[in-house]
Ligand binder design. Sequence first.
Ligand code: NAP
Ligand code: MG
Length: 402
Amino acid sequence: MEKIQMTTPLVEMDGDEMTRILWKMIKEELLLPFIDLKTEYYDLGLKHRDETSDQVTVDSAKATMKYGVAVKCATITPNAARMTEYDLKEMWKSPNGTIRAMLDGTVFRAPIVVKGIEPCVRNWKKPITIARHAYGDVYKNTEMVIPGPGKVELVYTAEDGTTQRELVHQFTGAGVAQGMNNLDASIESFARSCFEYALSTKQDLWFATKDTISKKYDHRLKDIFSEIFEAEYKEKFEIAGITYFYTLIDDAVARIMKAEGGFIWACKNYDGDVMSDMVSSAFGSLAMMTSVLVSPHGYYEYEAAHGTVQRHYYKHLKGEETSTNSVATIFAWTGALRKRGEMDGNTALCEFADHLEKATLSTIENGKMTKDLALITTLPNPTVLNSRDFILAIREELEKLM
Ligand code: NAP
Ligand code: MG
């Protein structure tokens, strides 16, 4: 069989621990035998980040701006324990944070739906994608414990010295108060990322806030989404045959439970934090969840939603067998390859991505899976495979399809 050719490289960001082991296996067994893989390789493993004083992370984000598509392995975010473990020069920032700040994006997370791993909500047939705004709300708050009677005010002082003042509360006893903020520029880029992602995946977009109560703060988000949609996306949505609709968060929560799935739910920062944990656990497992950072400039970075699976890595180092689920990492690759194929008009590459996803899902549907899935599957007598054998079982399925 002739290997599938690529015209443009994609940016490859290698990572740490168990996911770094899986990364190599996936490339060797599932990609290199079938594709003449062109990547620009960046080693974001913690050792190399330290050696380059984290310059490699910045370079990999710049390369993503150049090529448009990246695939990222899970990476360690250093803490005190990692400082000693890796003898680090500095407690480097989270690579995801650095990349996100440079690409100015929104994170979309969607469960990977497969027969045998059933959602707790019976009528959910298709994935529900959460789009979480990564700025503002309670994550950017200022809080105060109010010791006793007194007045709390919100005061804005413009650069020319003029002020606006609002009474928060006239306290007659002790209590608490908090101030939050959001930025038009950040909300605008959040909105554009959501509209772009809906178009690129051909799914409807829902957006919900509590604008009936929060008549200025939440209402601002509602208005910005609406203005951008009317001015820039209405026609594009019509042509793509998809819809955008805004509703109250209470209504959205009630509708989600009755829906079939197959749409994107855009959430404010706090709502997205809470709702994505609910949606992902209701669908099954973190290792069955894709994650993509979409920038309003049209750059895409694909990754798994889970971390480096440290506990499994330590077992692996001791020579013990592991059964680590590689599905989310495989889907990070297929997402990136498909997007590369779409951008380059390379249908063979898009088809390969489809085949690899299909092979992965049918392996599980045939009862062959890693331990985490075997614990929750509805299939009778699943075969539990180790990390490598699971990937080899997928390869067998893939060869049948190619
Ligand atoms: P984690 O790597 O997601 O793993 C937590 C636990 O979840 C594992 O111990 C394992 O449970 C289960 N699990 C996660 N992924 C799995 C998979 N693919 N297959 C099977 N089981 C899986 O989170 P963590 O242990 O809190 O973090 C480890 C490192 O990852 C940290 O250094 C953190 O900074 C980093 N991290 C990176 C990213 C990223 O790069 N996007 C995200 C989160 C965390 P059992 O041990 O019970 O089997
Ligand atoms: Mg959370």
